[in-house]
Design a protein. Structure first.
Length: 166
């Protein structure tokens, strides 16, 4: 089986679980922060959605140079617009994973800021670390925010404390 197909299966499973959490983000409480050092809920939830779109940057491109970018996080007023954005990113990631060759995973990828190189590693490691593990990390944070806001948290890897009978 191609490496991209293994990753695609994992990505699709995790994307569906992530969407369950993103659908619960209260759009009237986007400035909520559980701690002064925490990201606001709106920025965190958008970041979780954005990570689903990193496959192009991490797998198709050979580097990310922050000095060349002018990234501005998106802001949403409705859950429908937010979820449409997320669904579009998921669809684009699925297309990439369906089309990429296994050879691409062994190529080097670099994260830099102009001349300052943060790291270079094989794309296989980059997509595992930045497209998946980083996503899971922030999704878990989002689950905590929802819990602290008394929003029932759905199960991801089995039932949660809020699921029937738990």
């Amino acid at each position: 089986m191609k490496q991209s197909q293994v990753l695609l299966a994992e990505f699709q499973y995790e994307a569906a679980n992530t969407r369950k959490l993103l659908a619960l983000v209260p759009m009237d409480n986007l400035e909520y922060k559980p701690h002064e050092k925490s990201m606001p809920l709106g920025r965190l939830s958008t970041h979780v959605a954005e990570i689903a779109g990193w496959w192009k940057e991490c797998l198709i491109n050979d580097e990310l140079d922050f000095a060349k970018g002018d990234f501005t996080p998106k802001v949403f007023d409705t859950n429908a617009a937010f979820l449409a954005y997320y669904d579009d990113l998921v669809s684009k990631a699925e297309t990439i994973l369906n089309e990429v060759s296994d050879e691409e995973f062994s190529k080097p990828w670099t994260m830099r800021n102009g001349e300052q190189i943060y790291f270079t590693m094989p794309k296989a490691a980059v997509v595992r670390t930045w497209c998946l593990n980083h996503w899971y990390h922030h999704r878990a944070q989002l689950g905590v925010y929802l819990r602290l806001l008394n929003i029932p948290v759905p199960g991801v890897y089995g039932p949660s404390a809020d699921d029937n009978g738990m």
